[in-house]
Design a protein around this ligand. Structure first.
Ligand code: PEP
Ligand code: MN
Length: 373
């Protein structure tokens, strides 16, 4: 039986009584740097129809000495954004002091950053500081892929009476690096949705990818997985940004991204997604992981081909072949898979791997021949 939770007591995130429409788009710079940078970016974003403006005021940085945020000095700039553009404002909070400051300066929404969600003491402190307010709070996933810790943070806020809650999926820090800065591990937010169906989930493609070239692709993937919205870092001049320069996009680029998004029919917001869709999403994600692994395996076969060529070793070595098949057959049983099915897959994989090695060795032999001539 799948795990079930006591449902949270939630209400939709509204500003001035108006509920946010899917897809919710939040945009703004990683950090507020100067009043001019904040106002220039905000004015352009507002002109492009963005309704919620984000900016980091206090920045949790990996190493000390990096820009750690402008601090409270930037809060009047956020007030000015609200006054002059009409956008709602959102900042990250990590301590009770941040919460009090955000409230004092009329910030409309706060989010809890990934490093903070990983620390229950800090989350509890924030929850206690927000008690008695109606502040909408978005909670980023913890840096480590731990769904229980993420859900625990929602429970802490909810027990303090905060009902306008939402999740931000920003990927996970993993040892085995992928092309992305933070591994999306889509199964985790999908499982979060299954466990707390009425919680809106927003994707943060900026912190997942760490690269402005891939924001479009990940944003579309998130919407196809029925996410409720996106939070995207946008800076008037990304190259000059004081933090996260590589992943920020100009407001113009952001508009190209959002204009190109295809919003498919099914919505997570107003009707519960059906179970079949949910299971299919999981299969799609797992298949992508299988393909990624296969591609990693093939690139090792290429390196093996090169090694064998350099060291004059034959491609096919019967002993190794037997070892692989015996080992995989035993593992198949351990994973409760039909061993014959697994062996047929491995025969195909092995054949492809041999032909990859063959190809590499032939190419190297040809190049060597040409060198000699
Ligand atoms: C941010 O949104 O700028 C930020 C610090 O993100 P995260 O907590 O996801 O690292
Ligand atoms: Mn950032």
């Amino acid at each position: 039986m799948d795990k079930q939770d006591k449902q949270l007591d939630l209400k939709p995130i509204t500003f001035n009584g108006v509920e946010l429409r899917r897809p919710i788009i939040i945009a703004g710079p990683c950090s507020a740097e100067t009043e001019e940078q904040v106002m220039n970016t905000a004015t352009e974003l507002a002109a492009n129809g963005i309704k919620i403006f984000r900016a980091g005021i206090w920045k949790p940085r990996t190493r000390p000495g990096a820009f750690e945020g402008i601090g409270s000095e930037g809060l009047p700039w956020m007030q000015r954004v609200k006054r002059e553009t009409g956008m709602y404002t959102a900042v990250e909070v990590a301590t009770a002091h941040h919460v009090h400051e955000a409230i004092k300066y009329g910030i409309d929404m706060v989010w809890i950053g990934a490093r903070t969600t990983a620390n229950p003491f800090a989350v509890q402190e924030i929850a206690d500081a927000l008690r008695g307010t109606d502040m909408p709070v978005l909670i980023k996933n913890p840096v480590n892929p731990d769904l229980e810790l993420w859900i625990g943070a929602f429970e802490r806020l909810n027990r303090a009476g905060i009902r306008k809650l939402g999740a931000i999926h920003r990927g996970f820090s993993v040892y085995d690096k992928t092309r992305f800065r933070n591994d999306p591990q889509w199964l985790i937010p999908i499982e979060l949705h299954r466990r707390i169906p009425n919680l809106p989930i927003i994707c943060d493609p900026s912190h997942i990818t760490g690269n402005s070239d891939w924001i479009q692709e990940v944003s579309q993937e998130a919407l196809d997985l029925n996410f409720d919205g996106l939070i995207i870092e946008s800076h008037e001049c990304p190259a000059r940004a004081w933090s996260d320069a590589k992943q920020q996009v100009t407001p113009k680029h952001l508009k190209l991204i959002t204009d190109a998004l295809i919003i498919r029919e099914h919505t997570i917001g107003d009707k519960p997604r059906n179970e079949l869709d949910e299971m299919r999403s999981k299969i799609d994600v797992l298949d992508e992981q299988l393909l990624q692994l296969l591609s990693k395996r093939m690139s090792i076969s290429e390196s093996i081909g090169k090694y064998k060529f350099d060291n004059d070793i034959t491609i096919l070595q019967t002993r190794r072949y037997d070892e692989i098949m015996n080992d995989r057959r035993a593992k198949a049983e351990r994973f409760k898979l039909d061993p014959d099915f697994v062996i047929s897959i491995y025969e195909l994989i092995h054949e492809a791997s041999v032909s990859t090695q063959n190809k590499v060795m032939n190419e190297l032999a040809k190049a060597k021949q040409e060198d000699k001539q």
